[in-house]
Design a binder for this molecule. Structure first.
Ligand code: PLP
Ligand code: COI
Length: 365
């Protein structure tokens, strides 16, 4: 296994300033002092693993990442975890699943696959150096953003020979500040098509979603929901979250993994946790017409978005050209959403047992 060189910054953030930043971190705006870096070249393979001061990259303007978007990323959280009275530690939630998805994204983008052990080691080594940056408090965590870019200097359309893997750490509070989010159903834009990159976590998917998100904002909504590209009829996912629906008879439905949506780790965890709790969890096509009709008739009683950054975020309303449906007053989470959220976040924080072995304590010394 690679040895990480530890190069500590000569100008760390003073403790008082760090405490201030940790008080109100928001999402993705505050960064810690260090980052993890690993280089790759076709000749040397993965090499030069280190934890070093966070600073701008020096990348050639002809690097393919700027021209053809050969980039992938992940997102996961480190948080304080108290499995037993008086016991305190730091844990990651299913980091092995992120490591595997990162490899799958790399394959789709013709990038080298970072071995899972190296991915996990980079997270741990960074956490050891940045342990004072993990915020306390329910809902607060240190968000980790592993990513990989292609490097080099050429304009031919082909995979690069050099890559940089990096992990940033960013103290995070809640992703959304509201009780429930309003969602715009995009009829003009789709996110992914069969055979495309929808299942990969690559930057280009998000670049393509921004105009739809702008449209949602113009329509007075917080988030956008994408439909399938072939029929513009079946629900796929949101810009950065999967989506689930709670039905009157208590079952929960979510679109199946068909190659165009992200294989969400929160989605998978909820499917398994919900079943454990006795909820019927179905993966089945969700027709947007049935969502609107169901919300009106009472067949669908709740909806929520799920993902690492947002955890479980209640959806208060769906809007599209010519119509809107609301759940309750449009701003109050439903009981099944709350129950699932409590179980998932409680398991992550050590309030409930973890029969799945998902919570991975991190040794920080
Ligand atoms: N869908 C998209 C497009 C995402 O960006 C994310 C966030 O990572 C998710 C779904 C949820 O995935 P996960 O639960 O693994 O964070
Ligand atoms: C995450 O939930 O980790 C994401 O990557 C979603 C978003 C912030 C892009």
């Amino acid at each position: 296994m690679a040895l990480f060189k530890i190069e500590r910054t000569s100008s760390p953030t003073p403790a008082e300033a760090r405490r201030r930043l940790l008080g109100l971190p928001g999402f993705g705006q505050v960064f810690t002092d260090h980052m993890a870096l690993i280089s790759y070249s076709d000749d040397q393979g993965w090499h030069d693993a280190k934890i070093t001061a966070r600073r701008p990259f020096q990348v050639d303007p002809a690097s393919p990442v700027f021209h053809y978007g050969q980039e992938i990323f992940e997102g996961l959280k480190a948080y304080h975890h108290a499995p037993r009275e008086g016991e305190k530690g730091v844990a990651l939630f299913r980091p092995d699943a992120n490591a595997r998805r990162f490899k799958a994204s790399a394959r789709r983008l013709a990038m080298p696959e970072l071995p899972e052990e190296l991915f996990l080691q980079a997270l741990e080594e960074l956490l050891k150096v940045e342990k004072d940056w993990i915020p306390e408090g329910e809902g607060h965590s240190l968000y980790l953003r592993p990513f990989m870019i292609s490097d080099g200097a050429f304009l031919g359309v082909k995979p690069a020979n050099n890559y940089v893997f990096c992990v940033l750490a960013s103290p995070a509070g809640s992703y959304f500040s509201k009780g429930a989010v309003s969602v715009w159903v995009s009829e003009n834009y789709t996110r992914a098509a069969p055979g495309g990159t929808g299942e990969a976590k690559c930057g280009g998917n998000y670049a393509g979603s921004l105009v739809a998100q702008q449209e949602a904002k113009r329509q007075g909504c917080d988030q956008v929901l994408f439909l399938d590209s072939a029929n513009r009829r079946y629900v796929e996912e949101m810009g950065g979250m999967n989506v689930m629906f709670v039905h009157r008879d208590g079952h929960v439905s979510t679109p199946p993994l068909n190659g165009t949506i992200l294989r969400g780790i929160t989605r998978d965890s909820l499917l398994r946790l919900g079943r454990e709790m006795g909820i019927e969890m179905r993966e089945e096509p969700v027709d947007i017409e049935e969502v609107f009709a169901g919300a009106r008739s009472g067949e669908i009683v709740e909806a929520f978005a799920c993902g690492t950054a947002a955890a479980l975020s209640p959806i208060g309303s769906f809007r599209r050209p010519g119509g809107e449906v609301k759940f309750g007053d449009g701003n109050t989470p439903g009981p099944v959403t709350l129950k699932l959220r409590e179980k998932l976040t409680g398991l992550q924080r050590g309030r409930y047992p973890d029969p799945f072995g998902w919570v991975q304590p991190v040794a920080l010394d």
